[in-house]
Write a protein that binds this ligand. Structure first.
Ligand code: NAD
Ligand code: FE2
Length: 381
């Protein structure tokens, strides 16, 4: 038996932030990162809260790839005021921090479970609707994906006014994260008709609007569409899980602080080739691996279908590489990391072990061996 449900109520479209003036709560804590406060974006959150008569405090110490000690600080901040509601504002790092903070705070005080509203300021992780939170252990150099239904926010607010300021490089990285979510959910072993519908729509929007969104911050229509696509892809992978791409990307983030979406983008052509067992040298066959049919549908949705499976999968990889070049994302790790090839290769065995054990890898459509993963890491250099 399979189950599909959407726990999170989603408010979206023009003036969606006015939802914050309608809350039935009197007290809140806003959990966010320093950028949101320094840029003044916080006013867009606090003004409707004030209008609705909510008194609030602000915890703004979130850092990218949130480490456990910052989560502990956040738990202390929440427990010092015990607000009825947590408003998480920021990219995946702020939303994941708030999700983990709420989880630990409610485990410490039994019966205390503040309402969680997630407000993304990047169009990337889909964390506003997922039961995942990725926390970093900087000592062990590990990313720990926490997974529990209780992590899922009760509400998400998608207001494109918050993503207008996202600079081009972050639009590129987070946009490729959205695409990876949609494609991995689409080919995942746990995919189903509901997750597939969400993933297909996300892929269609990305094909039409990611580049527009990258090229022009003021293209509000494109930014609104990408904000919705991010959430659709989040809903898709919340149901279908992800795959080897994320399993391997987590290790690049934990070891070298490669931005999450950028790590996914660099891996993606390699993972498509691995999952399909197709590369530029392949000849056509009578039977293909299961992911091939899905990759062909994704390519058709993007408008890059070619005349047979081999060519279509290769064209899909070329589309990913084209997008990376257009958006100035390096195609190879050597162009990005300031370490030597030897230093990078020395990390591969431990990264491969962790990628194989990563929770995302188990739903990859083709089961990798440790050796397969090591080879893919080598090919990224
Ligand atoms: N929970 C999930 O389901 C899930 C899924 C994928 C990734 N993640 C995690 O999310 C994190 C990445 O999140 P992210 O890619 O959104 O980046 P992020 O939250 O780490 O933010 C990256 C940078 O962008 C800045 N920023 C955010 N919004 C901005 C805006 N509107 N204008 C200008 N700058 C802005 C931030 O201040 C920060 O410096 C990683 O830790 C990743 O592992 C979680
Ligand atoms: Fe991701």
């Amino acid at each position: 038996m399979k189950k599909f449900g959407i726990h999170t109520k989603i408010y979206f479209g023009e003036d969606a932030l006015s939802r914050l003036s309608q809350l039935k709560y009197q007290t809140a804590i806003v959990i966010t990162d320093p950028f949101v406060v320094k840029s003044g974006m916080i006013d867009l959150i606090t003004a409707p809260l004030k209008k609705g008569g909510v008194s609030y405090t602000v915890f703004s110490d979130v850092v990218p790839d949130p480490p456990m000690d910052k989560v502990v600080e956040g738990v202390k901040a929440v427990l010092s005021t015990k607000p009825e509601c947590i408003v998480a504002v920021g990219g995946g790092s702020a939303m994941d921090s708030a999700k983990a903070i709420r989880e630990f705070a409610s485990r410490i005080i039994s019966g205390y479970s503040p309402y969680l509203i997630a407000i993304p300021t990047t169009s990337g992780t889909g964390s506003e609707v997922t039961s995942f939170a990725v926390i970093s252990d900087n000592v062990k150099k590990e990313k720990l994906p926490l997974v529990a239904p209780s992590l899922t926010p009760e509400e998400a607010i998608l207001d494109e006014v918050l993503v207008k300021s996202v600079p081009a490089d972050i639009t590129a990285d987070t946009g490729m994260d959205v695409f990876t979510h949609a494609l991995e959910a689409y080919v995942s072993l746990d995919n189903n008709e509901f997750s597939a519908a969400l993933a297909e729509k996300a892929i269609e929007i990305i094909g039409m609007f990611l580049l527009r969104s990258y090229l022009d911050n003021n293209d509000v229509h494109a930014r609104r569409k990408m904000h919705v696509a991010s959430c659709l892809a989040g809903l898709a992978f919340n149901s279908a899980n992800l795959g080897l791409n994320h399993g391997m990307a987590h290790q690049l983030g934990a070891n070298f602080h490669v931005p999450h979406g950028r790590a996914n983008a660099i891996l993606l052509p390699h993972i498509i080739r691995f999952n399909s067992d197709i590369d530029v040298h392949s000849k056509s066959k009578t039977e293909y691996l299961p992911a091939v049919r899905k990759y062909c549908t994704a390519a058709r949705t993007l408008g890059v279908q070619a005349f047979n499976e081999v060519n279509t999968v290769n064209t899909l990889c070329m589309w990913v590489e084209f997008m990376m070049k257009e958006m100035n994302i390096p195609l190879r790790l050597s162009e990005m990391l300031s370490i030597s090839k030897e230093e990078y290769f020395a990390q591969i065995p431990q990264m491969a072990k962790k990628a194989l054990a990563d929770g995302c890898t188990k739903t990859n459509p083709r089961t990798p061996t440790l050796h397969d993963i090591e080879e893919i890491y080598k090919n990224l250099w």
